[in-house]
Design a protein around this ligand. Structure first.
Ligand SMILES: [Zn+2]
Length: 302
C-alpha cells in the first residue's frame, strides 16, 4: 500500500513537471489580401464583387493555413488569426486550420492586430502591402487608401503602424509576406525579421507571381524560422511622446476629423494628434454628430 502511494505521488509529480515543460507559445497572425500570391487588382481578386474573389479568398485562407502550420512546427500552442482586409470577412472559416481561432469584421479597437496583449510571443503578417505612394508596389496604400501616416516623423506602411501597436505590448513582429517592396520597407523600419516575397511587383497592378504551392511552402518555412528566432528580434517600440501625423487625400474627410478635440489641424489635409482619451471614446465638440455617410466611409479599409 505504501509502495502504491509512493508510485501515485511519483506519477503525479512527473505529470506536473511534464505540464510545466510544455510551455505556452502564443502567436497572432494578421492577414491582409493585397499581398497574397496571385493578387494583382482590387477589381478582379481583392474586392468581394470581383470576378476571381472566391478563388482568392480561398488562396488567402491557404496562405494563412501555411502560417498556422509554420507556427505549429515552431511549437505554437495557441494561434489567433485576425482577418484584416476589406470588411474583414475574407478567410473561409470552414477551410481555416482547426488549430487557429479567428477574429473577423470591424470595427474593433486594435484594428489589424485585435486581440494582442503581452501574453503573446510573436506576431506574423501575411499578405501585407507597401505604403501609400510607394513605387513598384502592388496596390500600395495605407488604411483606406486616402491617407499618408507618419509616426514620429517617419512615413510608415500599415505593417509599421500595427507593428508599433504590438511593440507597445512588448511583442515582436517576426515575419511578413507580400511583394518585394513591403518586404524591404518592413526590414528597414522594424529590423531583420523573416520576410517572404510571394510575388515581384512590376508596377501598381502588374506583378510576376509564384505558383501558390511555392508561396505556401515559403510562408510555412519562413514563419517557422521567424518564431524560432523570436528571442533575437526586438519588439518595434517607438519613442514617447508619440507624434501621429495623418495626411488625408480627401480634404472633406480631413475637415470632419478636425472636429475631434484631440486633433490639431496643421493644414487643410494634415492633422496632428496630441493626446487620445484613455477610454477610447470620441467627443464631438458642441454635440455635432459626424454625418452618417462620412462615418461609414471613414471606417472602410482596403
Ligand atoms: Zn487590404
Amino acid at each position: 500500500m505504501r509502495r502504491l502511494m509512493g508510485l501515485c505521488v511519483f506519477i503525479l509529480l512527473t505529470a506536473g513537471s511534464a505540464q510545466a515543460q510544455q510551455k505556452k507559445l502564443k502567436v497572432l497572425i494578421s492577414a491582409d489580401m493585397e499581398g497574397i500570391g496571385g493578387v494583382s487588382t482590387w477589381e478582379v481578386q481583392a474586392d468581394s464583387k470581383g470576378r476571381e474573389y472566391e478563388k482568392f479568398r480561398r488562396l488567402m485562407t491557404q496562405e494563412v493555413n501555411a502560417a498556422v502550420g509554420g507556427a505549429a512546427a515552431a511549437g505554437a500552442t495557441d494561434v489567433l488569426v485576425v482577418d484584416s482586409h476589406g470588411d474583414a470577412q475574407n478567410i473561409d472559416i470552414e477551410l481555416l486550420d482547426k488549430r487557429a481561432r479567428l477574429i473577423r469584421a470591424w470595427p474593433r479597437p486594435l484594428s489589424m492586430v485585435q486581440g494582442i496583449d503581452s501574453t503573446f510571443d510573436a506576431v506574423i503578417f501575411v499578405g501585407y502591402h507597401a505604403r501609400e505612394g510607394a513605387a513598384e508596389a502592388v496596390l500600395a496604400h495605407t488604411d483606406n487608401g486616402r491617407v499618408v501616416v507618419k509616426l514620429n516623423g517617419v512615413e510608415v506602411p500599415e505593417a509599421g503602424f500595427e507593428g508599433a501597436i504590438v511593440g507597445d505590448f512588448g511583442v515582436p513582429v517576426v515575419f511578413l509576406s507580400g511583394e518585394q517592396t513591403i518586404c524591404q520597407e518592413v526590414r528597414e523600419l522594424i529590423g531583420p525579421i523573416e520576410t517572404v516575397a510571394v510575388k515581384r511587383a512590376i508596377g501598381f497592378y502588374s506583378a510576376e507571381m509564384l505558383p501558390p504551392e511555392d508561396s505556401q511552402r515559403l510562408i510555412r518555412e519562413g514563419v517557422r524560422r521567424g518564431i524560432e528566432r523570436r528571442a533575437e528580434i526586438r519588439p518595434y517600440r517607438i519613442s514617447r511622446p508619440v507624434k501621429l501625423e495623418i495626411r488625408f487625400n480627401d480634404v472633406v474627410i480631413a475637415e470632419l476629423v478636425s472636429y475631434l478635440p484631440s486633433v490639431e489641424r496643421k493644414s487643410g489635409n494634415t492633422h496632428r494628434v496630441h493626446r487620445a482619451r484613455h477610454d477610447g471614446g470620441i467627443e464631438v465638440p458642441h454635440g455635432r454628430p459626424l454625418p452618417e455617410d462620412s462615418g461609414r466611409k471613414m471606417r472602410m479599409k482596403k
